[in-house]
Ligand binder design. Structure first.
Ligand code: BGC
Length: 733
């Protein structure tokens, strides 16, 4: 189990045999510091005040810093806590000392945290990084985050988030690798390797936590926490896939999702937790609930009260309770009264202790003084990697008249308040970064170009300054407008119904266009946006997401041509919000959308997305030719010639899609089955070969049975999900 040695397994069993029921249940309890006062209003109201804008996020942060906190020391001493969410290494050591030296059995705590896209060195949000299609990069950034967090005592990341997300209205699309199960699976595997595999020292690895298991990304209408209903073949072929891949890669823990799946909240869903995850997929680690989720089962209406919710969750296979203390308060009585079998508790504790053992926490529970300060100044290697990731994640969406790249001595009017921010570049769910390490777009541009002048003009919130617009037009040979979303507009509890550029920024764009100067729109955002208007009228659009600490440099390098853009969209961009959800690997219909009225389309917009999955331009061009498909007994072989036909060197993402033309169930119009990144000098060609094992050409039916069905298959290869060459082959398995 969990890659433990025989001796370690014996130690776990021996420990288990010495534990009281209270101590066992204590291991199943995760706490975070409780805010117990130091301000004038109840904590809940404080949260509301921040939500409705009565206090700013910054003010809230300041209040929290000075708030009185309870770290549950007494409970830890009694063996009543298995895990805590803390990131201050001094506090980590202090609490760990109580667990190790003052509790009866000395079992170390495991400290967990949301390290979603970096710890001290923040790299791009996942939806952006996934668009680099660079699995080696995914792994290296995860490895960097593991080392930085472990040096602060955080040995457990609540990451990777691998929810397939097809609805851009959902705020959490920013946190995961996009809409595609294949890319999502490659991302999930690479992240697990990066977080877990360098076990040369306990300082180099952490436990991954796959979340949110499962289907959270399919929340109805993109509204966070909403109900999820889906056919089981959709579940197996799409939403489960990245989880299954990451379990196969050895992920140590899993977090259950908030939502219900087909009527049963994931938190108490025995089919998902016990049958599918633990039995069918053979997951050896432990499952933690999402925050407060066990209590929410009462609100869901699936449990009568806390006691009932706790019993149902534990029985379903939920090993650790995040934040409600329901397990600590009620499971003992449930076991003693015969409502819950002790074997359920033993299994959970065995899994939790095994992960702690695997992490080396028993031997190395503390953070050393040296480690604590190791990243006070970020090593160049780390900031370079953050830059590499940021550069590779930028997607060039439109470049009319080759406005880009810009000359280094061009007079650039830099517009938009986002351009001057060191904090907005970070994006949702990052908490351990420092402003001193961040490079705003303004700073990056001033570093790279000779003549940059900044005119705020406006931003996601507030008014437009007409005077500044006029001044920008007067100054610039070109206007670079940095517009988009605040980082608080994506992430958890940040769904939007209208996913156009928020506030008055479109108006601002129109005004900038009226200056007569070419406008380069640089987008900073955490979700696909509806850019129909911008695509029609703005000559140049660069999707720059929230790219982390080196965002400013990365954007400047792409605009100057020092870096030829190579990022692709990991999610389809709709034309208008009303098209959501829109994704490339949709099911066939009997009436695919076309010009004709009685087809699957809307009256007011042409069928199809604005920018498809896999799309992205470069400063050069690539041609595809000589596509061929052959088969051997076990595999299909797809070969294509890719030529750089432009005059700049570049990196192309060669994408391979498959269509199973006829099946016993309706099949998607296309599914990604492979990708390869190649570097090509101008005029050069490369033959790219994909091997597709025939065993991977099947699909799951509604009963979870895997089917390989003979018939016609179409093989598509190209530079995006829409621009592909196609070859056909009839296969008999
Ligand atoms: C989120 C999780 C996160 C947890 C702990 C929850 O609200 O849904 O993704 O890991 O909080 O911070």
């Amino acid at each position: 189990m969990n890659g433990l040695t025989k001796e370690q397994k014996q130690r776990v069993e021996e420990l288990l045999s010495r534990m009281t029921l209270d101590e066992k249940i204590g291991q199943m309890n995760q706490e975070s510091p409780s805010i117990v006062g130091g301000f004038d209003v109840p904590f809940e109201e404080l949260i509301e005040m921040m939500t409705d804008g009565r206090i700013s996020k910054e003010e809230f942060g300041r209040i929290m810093e000075s708030a009185q906190q309870d770290f549950h020391e007494d409970m830890i001493r009694e063996g009543g806590v298995g895990s805590l969410m803390v990131q201050d290494p001094v506090k980590v050591n202090e609490l760990q000392k109580i667990a190790v030296e003052e509790s009866r059995l000395g079992i170390p705590l495991i400290f967990g945290l949301d390290v979603i896209h970096g710890f001290r060195s923040v790299y791009p949000i996942a939806i952006a990084e996934a668009g680099s299609f660079d699995t080696d990069l995914f792994e290296r950034t995860a490895g960097m985050a593991a080392k930085e967090s472990r040096a602060a005592g955080v040995a457990w990341h609540f990451a990777p988030m691998v929810d397939v997300a097809r609805d851009a209205r959902w705020g959490r699309v920013s946190e995961g690798p996009g809409e595609d199960p294949f890319l999502g699976s490659e991302f999930a595997r690479a992240k697990v390797r990066g977080l877990q595999n360098d076990q040369s020292s306990t300082e180099n690895y952490v436990a991954a936590c796959l979340k949110h298991y499962v289907g959270y990304g399919a929340a109805e209408a993109g509204r966070d926490y909403n109900t999820v209903s889906m056919a089981m073949h959709v579940f197996y072929n799409n939403y489960l896939k990245p989880f299954a891949a990451a379990v196969d890669e050895g992920a140590q823990t899993v977090m259950a999702a908030f939502n219900d799946l087909n009527g049963v909240p994931c938190t108490v869903n025995e089919f998902l937790l016990r049958k599918t995850l633990k039995e069918s997929l053979g997951f050896p680690g432990f499952v933690v609930s999402d925050a407060n989720a066990i209590r929410e089962c009462v609100v869901h209406g699936i449990a009568e009260d806390d006691v009932d919710a706790g019993i149902k969750a534990a029985a379903a296979g939920m090993d650790m309770d995040m934040g409600t203390e329901i397990y600590s308060k009620h499971l003992k009585e449930a076991v003693e009264s015969g409502k819950l079998d002790i074997s359920v508790i033993d299994e959970a504790v065995r899994r939790i202790l095994s992960v702690k053992m695997w992490l080396g926490l028993f031997e190395h529970p503390y953070v050393s003084e040296e480690a604590m300060h190791r990243y006070d100044t970020l090593p160049k290697e780390h900031t370079d990697l953050a830059l590499e990731a940021a550069e590779k994640s930028i997607v060039l969406l439109k470049n009319e008249n080759h406005v880009l790249p810009l000359k280094k001595d061009a007079k650039i009017a830099l517009v938009g308040s986002l351009a001057d921010s060191r904090t907005e570049i970070i994006g949702a769910w990052a908490m351990s970064w420092q402003e001193k390490d961040c490079v705003s777009i303004r700073e990056g541009m001033e570093q790279t170009f000779e003549n940059v002048r900044y005119f705020p003009c406006g931003g996601p919130e507030g008014d437009i300054s007409m005077d500044e617009v006029i001044a920008a037009g007067d100054y610039g040979d070109v206007i670079v407008a940095v517009l988009g979303e605040l980082d608080s507009m994506s992430g958890e509890a940040s769904s939007r119904t209208d996913i156009t550029i928020p506030g008055r920024q479109r108006e601002l764009l129109e005004m900038l266009m009226h200056t007569g100067k070419p406008v380069v729109l640089v987008l900073m955002n955490g979700r696909p946006l509806a850019l129909d208007w911008e695509d029609q009228f703005v000559p140049v659009i660069v999707e720059a997401w929230h790219l982390g600490i080196r965002m400013g440099d990365a954007v400047a390098h792409v605009l100057s041509g020092d870096k030829n853009p190579e990022g692709r969209l990991s999610s389809t961009f709709p034309k208008v919000s009303g098209q959501c959800p829109v994704y490339y690997n949709a099911m066939n219909t009997g009436r695919p959308g076309s010009k004709s009225k009685f087809t699957s389309r809307y009256l007011d917009i042409a069928p199809g997305p604005l920018y498809p999955f896999g799309y992205g331009l470069s400063y050069t061009e690539y041609a595809y030719s000589e596509l061929s498909v052959t088969e051997t007994s076990a595999d299909c072989w797809v070969s294509v010639k890719v030529t750089n036909t432009g005059d700049a060197a570049g990196r192309e993402t060669v994408q391979f899609y498959l269509q199973d033309v006829t099946g016993s169930l309706v099949r998607p119009v296309k599914e990604l089955k492979g990708f390869r990144k190649i570097s090509l000098e101008p005029g050069k060609s490369e033959n790219v070969i994909f091997r597709l094992p025939k065993k991977d050409m099947g699909f799951y039916d509604n009963d979870g049975r895997y089917r390989l069905e003979d018939g016609l298959f179409r093989f598509y290869v190209g530079g995006s999900s829409e621009s592909c060459q196609m070859a056909e082959l009839r296969i008999a398995f």
